[in-house]
Design a protein around this ligand. Structure first.
Ligand code: PHB
Length: 387
């Protein structure tokens, strides 16, 4: 009798220890981001933003500490599957966080789906990720390429522009942002007269600028980002084209780049889901905390997207009391989340993409100043997503 009781107590105690050990295990987060190349600053900002939110929660999400694994994906699609599998198979991460480049993100999403690993996309806008490739474990805290491109269409038309030339890198992000702009611009009565491209991440813009000068459209619409955006804005300014043919773009053209672009960027109008001068308590608190944590560095859209990825994870983990192993419940809670983002509150569409306001911003000094909301609560059409 006594022995049996002792055995039962011992078994119970062991079960408790095992249970609490599991709860005390760190959650493994895999950062797949560019830490080198033209998008290096973007990858770093995403990681900074993510870690800032975690630090604000006392270093834990859902009551559990995090353990980070990192891969520099170099924005290289050719190495993307292998890099994703390092995190999935070797490190056995619970959640993948990344990446910046749409081509790399496509391979990442494929690997995540194949292994049923939860993925939070922190920048890459590839429409397919929350389109044909959507799934219960696929989330995005950034945007679809279609969103900021589309939003500029009606704005440009309202300024009286009838013809536009587009210019971008030839890959999914460029193609899809230009396509979004075309849809919005044509719907509002505009016409795209030429699509100009060069391979990613090339910066030999001169021949294309010469072509723009000879076409003489009413305006130019561009997507470049990171180091390439710095060079493009400088070259466009130096060409003098801007005096007769105004340059517009998705906000990546001038986000996180103004220090380097300086005079060349002044006055540029862009559309994006974040802006300077939002003047909300939420954004002000975020910006102050970011500057304090990172040596006076000013946050940009990439930092916000990383911050919100951690916020999204927190919503999921709180719903399962840290038990991330309860995948279905963890994911359902994330899908239903309302994120109190520095950009403004947003929800996720059924496909897992933010439904969010897109701002028109204008460069003034070192800021992308909010001008107005270009399109309110814009949802990506999620073409091809079947859940
Ligand atoms: C993308 O490849 O989807 C991409 C990269 C950089 C940006 C925006 C989109 O700033």
């Amino acid at each position: 009798m006594h022995h049996a009781l002792n055995r039962a107590l011992l078994a119970g105690a062991l079960a408790l220890i095992a249970g609490s050990a599991a709860a005390a295990d760190k959650i493994k987060v895999g950062f797949m981001l560019p830490y080198s190349g033209t998008y290096a600053a973007l990858g770093n900002a995403i990681e900074n933003g993510f870690k800032l939110y975690v630090a604000e929660q006392g270093g834990k999400l859902g009551g559990r500490e995090l353990e980070y694994f990192k891969v520099d994906d170099e924005s290289n699609p050719a190495k993307a599957s292998e890099n994703a599998n390092r995190l999935i198979k070797r490190d056995e991460v619970d959640v993948l966080v990344g990446t910046v480049h749409s081509g790399v993100a496509m391979a990442l999403a494929k690997a995540a789906k194949g292994s049923d690993t939860t993925l939070i996309v922190t920048n890459a806008g590839a429409d397919a990720i929350t389109g044909p490739m959507c799934g219960p474990g696929i989330f995005r805290t950034s945007f679809s390429n279609w969103q900021p491109g589309y939003a500029m269409g009606p704005v440009a038309a309202a300024k009286g522009h009838k013809t536009a030339v587009t210019i971008t890198w030839k890959y999914a992000a460029g193609d899809e942002q230009m396509k979004g702009f075309r849809e919005g611009f044509e719907k509002a009565g505009g016409k795209i007269v030429k699509d100009l491209t060069l391979p990613f991440p090339n910066v030999e813009f001169q021949p294309l600028l010469t072509e723009i000068a000879s076409i003489k459209p009413d305006m130019v619409f561009a997507f470049f980002a990171g180091g390439g955006a710095v060079k493009f804005v400088q070259d466009y300014h130096a060409s003098g084209l801007g005096k007769s043919i105004p340059l517009y773009g998705t906000g990546f053209l001038t986000d996180g780049t103004l220090k380097a672009q300086g005079e060349a960027a002044q006055g540029l109008l862009t559309t994006l889901h974040y802006a300077d001068g939002l003047n909300t308590p939420r954004d002000q608190a975020f910006r102050a905390a970011y500057a304090k944590a990172y040596d006076n560095l000013q946050p940009d859209v990439y930092a916000v997207q990383g911050y919100d990825a951690a916020q999204l994870m927190q919503v999921g983990l709180q719903a399962v009391q840290g038990n991330i192993e309860d995948k279905a419940k963890f994911r359902d809670a994330m899908r239903g989340a309302t994120i109190d983002s520095p950009r403004g509150k947003f929800t996720l569409s059924a496909a897992g993409n933010p439904v969010q306001d897109i701002y028109l911003r204008q460069v003034a000094g070192m800021e992308n100043k909010m001008v107005e909301v270009a399109v309110q609560a814009l949802a990506d059409p999620a073409r091809g997503c079947k859940l």
